[in-house]
Write a protein that binds this ligand. Structure first.
Ligand code: BTN
Length: 148
């Protein structure tokens, strides 16, 4: 009986280790990233299944909703996908963007689709994110209405 429990425990540990290895391939969470448009991707937390949460600060020229919005997504091995609904307490663009890509050589290379619910238009593009420090990320974050 004891042996059976020990065997089950070993199998359980083996599965845990494999699941953990499958989900990380150098992309660590929490981490900050900046794309070529100046926008900040903050990957804040990830659970054992690879479900990731964080915040996205849009700084891209020519786009509205220049503020910080929540994001949800998944990381699996070196693949990543995340989505932002451009709605927060102060501003809504009635739109969503989903990025999908992979982490390689220290950068996250993605393609994105932006759907605008008002116009029905879907725009696509590419964003490449390089690592940045928390200090750099907060420098380029728009200030909230209450901050000085
Ligand atoms: C909108 O235009 O409806 C909301 C803002 C969208 C910002 C886009 S998402 C893809 C691209 N990458 C960025 O960092 N910002 C723009």
């Amino acid at each position: 009986m004891v042996r059976r429990y020990m065997l089950l425990a070993v199998i359980f540990l083996f599965l845990c280790v494999n699941v953990t290895l499958a989900q990380t391939s150098g992309l660590t969470v929490p981490s900050y990233w900046q794309n070529q448009r100046g926008s900040i991707l903050h990957l804040n937390g990830m659970d054992a299944a690879g479900h990731v949460v964080g915040q996205y600060t849009n700084k891209a020229q020519g786009y509205p909703c220049q503020a910080t919005y929540p994001l949800v997504g998944w990381i699996y091995d070196n693949g990543i996908t995340f989505t932002v609904a451009w709605v927060n307490d102060t501003e809504s663009c009635n739109s969503l963007t989903s990025w999908t890509g992979h982490y390689n050589n220290g950068a996250i290379t993605t393609q994105w689709l932006l759907v605008n619910n008002s116009s029905g238009v879907i725009t696509k593009g590419e964003d490449i994110f390089g690592p940045c420090s928390e200090a750099d990320a907060s420098k380029s974050k728009p200030k909230s209405p209450n901050s000085k």
